[in-house]
Ligand binder design. Sequence first.
Ligand code: FMN
Length: 174
Amino acid sequence: MNNEIINALLTRRSVRSYKPQQVTDDELRTVLETGTYAPTSMGRQDPWIVAVQNAGLRQELTEMNAKVMGVDSDPYYGAPTIVLVFATKGARNAVQDASLALGNMMNAAHAIGLGSCWINRELEMFDTPLGRSIMQRLGLPEGLTCVGALSLGYIDKQPAAPKPRKANYYRVVK
Ligand SMILES: Cc1cc2nc3c(=O)[nH]c(=O)nc-3n(C[C@H](O)[C@H](O)[C@H](O)COP(=O)(O)O)c2cc1C
């Protein structure tokens, strides 16, 4: 089917190499706005979305994430923007709500020509005294967990073609 949205959904890939140049405020707002329109359980709008462009804080997040991962490399691949998505700790649909916001934003980023990649380990990073102090600094309420993050920026190296989809990925029962 020839449809712009379907085409964007089918062609988004995880980007792991970014240019240092920052995305424009307009581009960032566009991406973040799509996160806020993802469906949420009972329409509660539980997720809290924080886009980090501050160099000092990005460095802190990079070090925290690398520590959890046990590596020296940058888990955010040098992306100039890191988008964190928090939700209420222990809420029945915290992960579902936040994941849909993350998904919307990845697809929106791709649709406007930006690269993004879901980056893990935020759960562990923010379940520490340093993580909690950062949440305070960000002005977030108590009792949140960080479900995931996105690296976001202009694409430096195009990602490889997608792997073929597994056999019987979906089936139709009529
Ligand atoms: C829950 C989740 C966690 C992920 N964590 C990471 C990560 O920490 N680092 C990374 O490079 N990619 C991460 N990814 C991206 C996946 O590796 C990627 O989506 C997958 O390989 C398929 O590639 P594609 O996104 O290009 O289709 C994550 C994806 C999901 C959904």
